[in-house]
Design a binder for this molecule. Structure first.
Ligand SMILES: Cc1cc2nc3c(=O)[nH]c(=O)nc-3n(C[C@H](O)[C@H](O)[C@H](O)COP(=O)(O)O)c2cc1C
Length: 241
């Protein structure tokens, strides 16, 4: 009788662990195939001259982690996004940052805080280089959630906007087959786009900092990143104090 009870208990425990395991992993592996586009905004065109030389921007660029409460303008946001991934040769579809094999595996998202961009609603937006537009993919000011995912780095919720760069390693693997090489190529490209964000911010009198520290899986799930997109870099952007 005693043995029978133990056997039942063991079976029940195994069943419990199996059910919890299935629930845990199915939760973790939710795969989103498309972005849920709520609305689309066409961005102002980029301005192709400025008052700060490339040399001055390189010399003065610093990682700054303190931001004033001032909003940035939609012109400024558009300019920074263009510097990261904007189309610079529309005939050939080439972009501001170089891309191995012209694969363009990067995607850019913007987390806009309440009053983060003057005259523009808070939310999470996806940048569409070819249309120079922003697709709203989530409602609400989600900088706090992003800050938590970025290991509680406080500047993520203090900056009026946060730019997120993701990379689709599969796109690159389709071209180069080798997984390690393709991963390296995508990450290198994110570095190019990131440096452009730094330099363009500097030229506009804005400040930023590149953040590589984050919980990738949590970010994918919380912000429903489409299949095969991996977060790489976060850039809080705003005015200096
Ligand atoms: C790949 C990479 C990841 C980084 N991640 C973080 C980060 O998670 N948090 C942070 O505060 N700074 C981060 N930084 C910024 C560095 O701390 C910063 O570049 C460094 O202190 C040098 O300062 P400078 O950028 O002003 O020249 C990162 C920089 C790079 C290149």
């Amino acid at each position: 009788m005693e043995k029978k009870k133990i056997a039942v208990l063991v079976i029940l425990s195994i069943l419990f662990v199996a059910v919890v395991g299935v629930l845990y992993f199915s939760e973790k592996r939710t795969v989103y195939t498309t972005r849920n586009v709520i609305s689309v905004t066409t961005l102002p065109l980029p301005v192709l001259n400025g008052n700060v030389s490339v040399e001055q921007a390189i010399e003065n660029r610093r990682s700054i982690r303190q931001f004033s409460n001032d909003s940035i303008t939609l012109d400024n946001l558009s300019q920074v996004l263009w510097s990261a991934q904007g189309i610079t040769d529309s005939e050939k579809g080439l972009r501001a940052a170089p891309s191995a094999g012209q694969v363009y595996p990067l995607e850019i998202y913007v987390f806009v805080g309440i009053n983060g961009v003057s005259g523009f609603q808070e939310g999470v937006y996806h940048y569409v280089p070819v249309n120079n537009s922003l697709e709203k993919v989530m409602n609400g000011d989600l900088r706090g959630e992003l800050s938590g995912i970025a290991n509680n780095q406080p500047w993520v919720k203090q900056a009026p906007v946060d730019i997120l760069i993701t990379g689709n390693y599969h796109k690159m693997i389709n071209k180069y087959t080798d997984k390690e090489l393709s991963t390296r190529f995508v990450n290198l490209e994110a570095g190019h786009a990131g440096e452009n964000i730094y330099l363009q911010s500097e030229a506009l009198g804005l400040v930023t900092v590149s953040l590589g520290s984050m919980n990738e899986e949590q970010l994918i799930q919380s912000f429903k990143l489409p299949e095969n997109e991996n977060p790489i870099y976060i850039f809080p952007v705003g005015h200096p104090t």
